[in-house]
Design a binder for this molecule. Structure first.
Ligand code: ZN
Length: 244
């Protein structure tokens, strides 16, 4: 499943299309595509798990969901859910969900919570976490896209392991300096993840995601669907402290 860094990686691959004119949009998605007719792309951006194609008065956010993918100048045998056509090239999305928004991205999205944006504000995320997520388990809060925009399951698992926190710990029981460290770890790991995408080594370089034993003490990992989010979770019962 694409996480924030995967979307930023796609965005970086698409930068040559910035300033180009889209001749038409197609695909089986229900979004009204009639406004995309010989229109210039002002910017291509990313927000969390959304890829953004910004036009003059509106933009299209493409969410890749669990199984979405993108191809440039190539096609799959199945139909694309959304495609942008240029005179000599095309961008095709499969099993992705495009949505048209009037106005600009900052009218809708809070860049302060996006772990890969320059505008990311760790203090804002910390205070929101402490005030509004106090009773939630940290493993659940990390997947909330309103708070940790761009965090997916791999980042969640790896950041909690590196910060030595059990995902079932309620936020209110975790010391503030631990939360600060966790937020820094999320961001640092997201940039590592982005770097590893260039050589396709993300899954190879994880410490516990997709593994069976802890690399530090060789303890067998707990692998289970944990928390309210019911996502597959990996935990080292020795290294990761339960704050209860
Ligand atoms: Zn361990």
């Amino acid at each position: 499943m694409p996480e924030g860094p995967s979307i930023l990686h796609l965005k970086n691959r698409l930068q040559r299309f910035k300033g180009k004119t889209v001749s038409e949009a197609s695909g089986y998605s229900e979004m009204d595509k009639s406004a995309i007719d010989y229109i210039k792309i002002f910017d291509i951006d990313a927000y969390g798990k959304n890829l953004l194609f910004v036009f003059k008065d509106f933009f299209v956010g493409v969410h890749l969901g669990l199984f979405g993918s993108m191809l440039v100048n190539k096609r799959k045998k199945v139909n694309a859910s959304f495609s942008l056509h240029f005179p000599h090239s095309e961008i095709n999305f499969y099993v992705a969900h495009p949505k048209l928004y009037e106005g600009k991205p900052t009218d809708y999205f809070n860049f302060k919570t996006d772990i890969l944006k320059e505008e990311f504000d760790g203090e804002f995320v910390l205070s929101t976490l402490q005030q509004h997520y106090a009773d939630q388990m940290i493993g659940d809060a990390l997947l909330d896209q309103e708070l940790f925009t761009g965090v997916g399951n791999i980042i969640r698992i790896e950041a909690l392991y590196r910060a030595k926190i059990n995902p079932d710990s309620p936020v209110k029981n975790i010391p503030e300096k631990k939360l600060v460290y966790l937020i820094e770890t999320v961001v640092n790991y997201a940039y590592e993840f982005l770097d590893q995408l260039k050589t396709d080594e993300v899954k190879e370089k994880t410490l516990i995601y997709g593994k069976k034993i802890c690399p530090k003490d060789k303890t067998e990992l707990i692998i289970d669907e944990m928390g309210k989010v019911k996502r597959k979770t990996y935990v080292c019962p020795k290294c990761q402290k339960m704050y209860s």
